[in-house]
Ligand binder design. Structure first.
Ligand code: SF4
Length: 352
């Protein structure tokens, strides 16, 4: 396949086409992905988000990969919804070390009426700090989605996790259709979508293709597509799953880049298990977003200064928010990083 093919966003991908992308020789696939990437993005910029767990553990859902599910005993301490002020302090720290987006995650089936006012205050407060806002709170109804949009929420994260065919092996307490419905509400309310999946749960190559087809064939591509590598946590049903072949992981990033050429493809959970060479290959494949900070919800994330050191060695710079592009300077960010190296950004149950 030619390196310049398929750079216009499409929404009619077939399994045969996606299989053909996956089956290309590795170098051809990476060349194609990098060529597509360069048509839509600066290849030496990576968007940097910080993720904070605002409510940890005791989730009623049974996602088999998740240490926060109340169905499994993973030794994780539970925490109630954080106070708004503490969330805003963490957001200010994230901004000081160069994050442009602040993501807040709560382990809920869906937000309750009692918690919504606090959640809305968090959105408004983080927004005022000049950060983009993102939340992941589980299933939303239309009214809640509208309220979040009116409060200024930029992104809503709701992952599809895997293909519709494999989904029932991983989650039984929420349907695929409910996930798609939440995504539809988010779009209707005018917010941006962050949605992706997880590799390494025992899925087949067709399931990986099926996940990407679901995402790419939505009426609009998600603006952000996190591709996670399973973090195997003791006590969860997937603790003993086989490791994902690193090249298969990179291939999936590359195929996501080709299928959703204008989306930010995020190298997400599991980055701690990747060496620097694998992360560099991921950027070559078109990944252009990372989570950055001490912890990713409840699993370890490489130290912020290590990330910036790798960026420097690769000549990569953090992507700036467009409206602040002329205010933010790389040197200042790097200096702040050094100063913040030992500070804690995350207040999650695993370490609090
Ligand atoms: S992934 Fe989310 S919804 Fe599923 S158990 Fe974990 S916190 Fe709950």
């Amino acid at each position: 396949m030619s390196a310049t093919a398929e750079t216009t966003p499409r929404h009619d991908w077939t399994l045969a086409e996606v299989r053909a992308l996956f089956e290309q020789p590795f170098n051809d696939l990476l060349f194609q992905a990098q060529s597509v990437h360069r048509q839509h993005f600066d290849p030496n910029r990576v968007q940097v988000s910080t993720l904070l767990s605002i409510k940890t553990g005791a989730c009623p859902e049974d996602c088999k990969y998740c240490p926060q599910s109340g169905h499994y005993n993973t030794g994780l301490d539970k925490e109630k919804l954080m106070e708004v002020q503490k969330v805003l302090e963490a957001a200010a720290e994230a901004k000081a070390i160069g994050s442009t987006r602040f993501c807040m995650g709560a382990a809920w089936k869906h937000p309750s009426a009692k918690d919504m006012p606090y959640v809305l205050e968090m959105v408004k407060g983080v927004k005022k700090l000049g950060l983009e806002t993102c939340m992941t709170l589980g299933r939303l109804d239309q009214e809640q989605t509208q309220a979040l949009a009116e409060a200024g929420l930029d992104y809503y994260n709701h992952n599809l996790d895997t293909s519709p065919e494999f989904y029932g092996n991983i989650i039984t307490t929420r349907t695929y259709g409910e996930r798609l419905q939440t995504l539809a509400y988010v779009r209707e309310a005018g917010m941006k979508i962050c949605s992706g999946g997880i590799l390494g749960m025992g899925e087949s190559l067709d399931d990986r293709a099926g996940l990407l087809i679901q995402l790419a064939n939505l009426p609009e591509h998600p603006e952000s597509v996190p591709i996670n590598m399973l973090v195997k946590v003791k006590g969860t049903p997937l603790a003993e799953e086989k490791d994902v072949d690193p090249f298969d992981f990179i291939r999936t990033l590359a195929v996501a880049r080709i299928m959703m050429p204008k989306s930010h493809v995020r190298l997400s959970a599991g980055r701690e298990q990747m060496n620097e060479q694998m992360q560099a290959l991921a950027f070559m494949a078109g990944a252009n977003s990372i989570f950055y900070g001490e912890k990713l919800l409840t699993t370890a994330n490489p130290q912020a200064d290590k990330d910036m050191a790798l960026f420097k060695r690769l000549g990569i710079k953090p992507e700036e928010r467009e409206e602040h592009a002329d205010e933010v300077h790389q040197a200042a960010i790097e200096q702040a990083l050094v100063e913040q190296r030992d500070s804690r950004l995350f207040y999650n149950a695993a370490s609090a």
